[in-house]
Design a protein around this ligand. Sequence first.
Ligand code: ZN
Length: 303
Amino acid sequence: MSFELTILGSGAALPTGKRNPAAQYVNCNERHILIDCGEGTQNQLRRFGIKIQKIRHILISHLHGDHFFGLAGLLSTMNLLGRTQGVTLYAPPLLKDIIELQLKASGFYYQFKVDFVPLEMTSMQKIMEDKLIEIHAFPMKHRIPTYGFVIREKPRERPILGEELRQDGVSLQAVPFFRKGIDYKDEKGKLFRAEDYTLAPKKARSYAYCSDTAYYEPLIECVKESDLLYHEATFIERHKDRAKSTLHSTAMEAAHIAQKAGVGKLILGHISSRYENTDPHLSEAKSVFENTLVVEDGMSFEI
Ligand SMILES: [Zn+2]
């Protein structure tokens, strides 16, 4: 089962030659998810070899242009390529009006269904669930309503110890229970304990995305113990006033969230175009949370 993240855009508001605006692609157990869709995202998908038509879920954190200006182009390309499979769009409610107005003005309509899930929550909520994964959204602190996301695998099943099962003559009817960690009683009332016939399950993995936000401690609970946390680090400490007034974070603030949430690894992005060199971001963050990296467009991570 794969759980992979590809950074499509690691920059903030102004695109540069090196950094496209915000967008990420996640493949979680063959669920293909796009997070944010800054201008040029469809080109980045091509550039990094990701099949556009595989994308089935699109999560938009907020309606600042650097997080969604690429959406109309991407949906239009999906349509031109003959897409019939639907897309589910999770975004602040006004995005529905924006898309509908664009379609109305152009006289074009998509040949596939766009299901719209409005994000309006005031606390963490599950927005998507199937057999293998779930996605949660939670509010962050920015100039307009903005949401973070956690993509999580469903708890894994316990591997069965077949030999032990046979030796003790346990009924095969017990297997589905054991896989879920539930003990089994046979017709005669004899109890078989799940832990005697299974191994501990592999840990269910999770990825958390926080962009854009000021330093905001309620995020700690939302992203707690994620294997990988992406947190925006638009600024460094020298420009802390600017971070405060625009409701963005510094690299060090991001590291405090990572450290307090006990995540496995922290990756930083949404880097302001004023910085040519991100060494200060890295060293400031590492002084608080060692396992940190500043991302670049095209980087991939196995979660
Ligand atoms: Zn923003």
